[in-house]
Design a binder for this molecule. Sequence first.
Ligand code: ZN
Length: 432
Amino acid sequence: MDGAAAAGLVGRTCGRPGAGAPDFTAVMVGDDGAGTLVIRVETPNFEELSRGVLVNIGLDTDQNPATGRQDRNRKGIEYLIVAEGRDGEASLARWDGAAWDWLDSPVQFRWSFGFTVALDLADIGSPRGFNFWVGAWANYDWDSDNNDRLPGDQAGRGAATWTYQVGTAAAPPLSFPLDTGDFIIEYVQSDNPHTRGLIDWVKESGRLDRLVRVLNSTYVLPEDIHVYVQEIGEPNAFYSPGYRAIVMAPELLDMILGLFNREYRWDNPDDASNHALQAVEWIFLHEAGHALIDVLDIPITGLEEDAADQFATMTMLRLDRPWPAYSGAILFRALAQNRGGPGATDYWDEHALHEQRDTNILCWLYGYDPFEFVFIPTRFPDATDRIERCGAEYQQVKSSWQTLLAPHAKWDHPRRLVPWREGLTRWGSQAT
Ligand SMILES: [Zn+2]
């Protein structure tokens, strides 16, 4: 795309990167009309700035290749922006005719699936327009003279550099969400041998670890959310906004297993264990839903508890794993059977009634796959009024959560909800 002279989204497919180097897929440039210039380069294969990555942006601010620094491939550079993975900061230098003169002018530099650079146009001589090129290389070694053949990618390279006329495009957003957090799971051991057995069971199943990996590879999080599988003296699971932590008590698994064995007849005792473990997976995602609503400020209407049930179920369905959600449903059915009729305090609860949480999940499962779950309307004749609309209900819940989470999704995830990058593409075309 060399030679493209456009504002906003300058180019989409850039140079050919070397293996292990940042691969540019889009370059955007614009200014805010108040003197701040912003350049954004997308490197979807490089989530964060790592040690040894060198970024250079060369600016030909008099748009005359005959003046300024003369390199083999880059002619007439007056200003150079340099950032490297050692400290994650950027510096600005001016070519004084013989050498680079390093300036004190501040340059903002952020990396999240690419890099964003912002500086005052006044610091580069307030040009009306400029030509520029961008390069990024991996494995850069400041103490070595052998950096010539490093793997890297360049955009606007050679004589046909890219051009921007100041005032012709809105600045790309500075604050691309930074992925500075993860779900972090910890199994806290207990002195009680029975509890220890339950914790080991969850741990060795790998079920929660797998869901943690799914969440971490799907969402850009501003901070860490800790997950403690820890004895607390009661069968419970909860999210604590104060501690940014989810607690999954092993006592809960014990309670569910006991309940399943009491309330249902099983052909194979392993089935009860499997459903109990799957219900714990669904409950974990329910708590993760609360956590995401909190840290990502996800807007919710209706009860947050219903929203968390939706998140847990939609996440399982996105993974093509409807059965843990089904295990969640039969847990609520067992809780309802075990309780008897609901009392006044149940009507006041933040949670819908066990009966409703059960049937909500069943409805979404039937809406998701009416062939796999064809037994639902047969087994629950009371469902007939709602069941025909469950397909539409499932689609609505699914697309609502996709819309809410899209700005926080990592767009390179193979099972991504809505490509995170779509927003950037839309922005790019608006700006041009
Ligand atoms: Zn909840």
